[in-house]
Write a protein that binds this ligand. Sequence first.
Ligand code: OAD
Length: 275
Amino acid sequence: MATLAPDVLQGRGALPAGRDTRVVVLSGAGISAESGLPTFRGDGGLWEGMRPEEVATPEAFRRDPALVWRFYEARRRALDAAVPNAAHRALVDLERALTPGSFALITQNVDDLHQRAGSQTVFPMHGELRKVRCTACGAFEERREELPALPTCDCGAVLRPHVVWFGETPLFLDRITPLLRRAQVFLVVGTSGHVYPAAGFIFEARAAGAWTVGVNVEEAEADWAYDAFHLGKAGSVLPELVRGWLKALLVIEMQEALRPHDGVTRGEATPGGAS
Ligand code: OAD
């Protein structure tokens, strides 16, 4: 496989470059910040002045489902006003440029901005705000409209948001584990790395040999785990990064196309096929 040694190269090896390079992305709340959706941690974050246990655990829902629904319904309504930004769109460009099956996007985000931007292979491991499921019969559906204070299922039981709460197992882990093992490039965008298992994915992908890249407005705590780290807003950095990769791919493809092929040389040396 061809490799690139771009100026971002800081560590081991080089960035594998080809349309069949297996690229896995992990995104977090930071990628949607420029779409106006608050992150969880830090100033103005959703968890500021609030303990996640108050609204994001099965116990909280059992204790006070209406309170939990108030929190999630406000976030569902915030989605109506938000639109995908340049970072979401850059990941769509990357997916489209690669061979089908080479790209996968794991997101911790429960917003639908990756999907609305046009990403096809998305694993929303913490669930999806637009969906609800029944706490009794398991019925599951997309509900975009404003919901009553305590929405109920046709079977009469209370509905819950289709999101993963603390203490629950994230979704798609059976699909994600093999992706991490096969990834050649692992790109982490806009996540603080505080919540496991997602926070451990970079170590798994790196141990399996992936070239690791980070994009964040803050330095990563586990900075040693990144082969390249881009400090800045996802909406500015990611489009530039993807444009750079795609341009480099084109250059490699042009060089390949211009390289003399063995068959042509042999053909010229043996006109008429005589030997
Ligand atoms: P956090 O709020 O923990 O972290 C957001 C990250 O985005 C931080 O590292 C910021 O520095 C970074 N950031 C902010 N703006 C950015 C921008 N414009 N461009 C790039 N980076 C930016 O959110 P997550 O890491 O996604 O789980 O949180 C992980 C999980 O914790 C969430 O899925 C949620 C939460 O509790 C559950 O609810 C189960």
